[in-house]
Design a protein around this ligand. Structure first.
Ligand code: MG
Length: 155
């Protein structure tokens, strides 16, 4: 078994869509980034790459590369999952925590879990997505952060 951890933060901005774990969340602001800025999937990809000691997403999908402009992070995740499979590993389980003062994410958690389970082609019981605030002490509504941990099992 191998464990991996990932962390990411993106700034909230106007005229951007808010995409978390591939789910579009209705909100007046969205996350700023070169890709679709799906901060939760970015943390998750770094966790998988970390478990495999394959570097990080900045190395794999550089900001400087126009191919990744407005990229669908779920498609990038599929590439990372391909690397996991090619390395001889399958997902044991994953756990993502999204840090957001607003909007309320509870109504969207199930869709986010379903999207990730579909990407990994695994049972929903292996996929946890949680949301928390920082009681106004941290990002303070200026951005959204995400932590992810994964356990991979040798096939
Ligand atoms: Mg990112």
């Amino acid at each position: 078994m191998r464990i991996g951890f990932g962390y990411d933060v993106h700034r909230l901005a106007e005229n951007r869509r808010l995409i978390l774990c591939g789910a579009e969340i209705p909100y007046e602001l969205g996350l700023l980034g070169h890709s679709d800025a799906d901060v939760a999937v970015h943390a998750l990809m770094d966790a998988v790459l970390g478990a495999l000691v394959l570097g990080d997403i900045g190395h794999l999908f550089p900001d400087s590369d126009p191919r990744f402009k407005d990229a669908d992070s779920m498609k990038l995740l599929k590439q990372v999952i391909g690397k996991m499979t090619n390395s001889g590993y399958a997902l044991g389980n994953l756990d993502v925590t999204i840090i957001a003062e607003r909007p309320k994410l509870a109504p969207h958690i199930i869709k986010m879990r379903e999207n990730l389970a579909a990407a990994f082609n695994c049972d929903l019981s292996r996929v946890s997505v949680k949301a928390t605030t920082e009681e106004g002490l941290g990002l303070g509504g200026a951005g959204i952060g995400a932590h992810a941990v994964v356990l991979l099992e040798k096939i």
